[in-house]
Design a protein around this ligand. Sequence first.
Ligand code: SF4
Length: 213
Amino acid sequence: MTGEETDTATGDAAAADSMEGLAVRACERCPELVESRSQIVDGVGPADADLLFLGEAPGANEDEEGEPFVGRSGSILDDALRDAGLARVDVRITNCVRCRPPENRDPTSEELANCRGYLERELGLVDPALVVTLGKVPSEHLLDRSVAVTKEAGDVVDVRLGERSYRVVVSVHPAATLYDGSQRETFFETIARAADIAGVGGDDGGQAGLDDF
Ligand code: SF4
């Protein structure tokens, strides 16, 4: 990206060139991920969502279906949203990197940096009232420090990205509830708290109320 201008309000200029609205087209910045992906997995949900969930990277199911957080982790997220009076269609869900890493390894710092402009542009355009980071990688990516997610789950942090500031709630990854039952309550409470802070869901906010379930 040498020599390219930086648009701090909506992500870098190169990202803007490669995006049509909120969708990334034909990006090949990460050679290993280009090899391992079957498609680019963009964020889903309303372009003006108040609540945005940020995961790490697409896994096998996401790569196949072209949507973030499907499969078992997605079901747990759906359950927690429903408990908070929300549905998946009410929120935006996206990832730090948009292509599946080989053998589900963590994205490298270079890959995270390569995809950062797309994420910042998406955040700038959606302009959510609250971002929820799902797990260690997205939490550390946004907070730019080491994060102990089980200890910090539910904490609210203001994060500055370029000229904008975002309110962020740290959360454990939904899959953590599969390996450690005690994390289920933590996860569900965090999502309910996030919905409350964003002013959505419950009995008085969300587009899909509890009556829908
Ligand atoms: S992860 Fe992001 S930057 Fe890397 S190839 Fe995919 S879309 Fe491009």
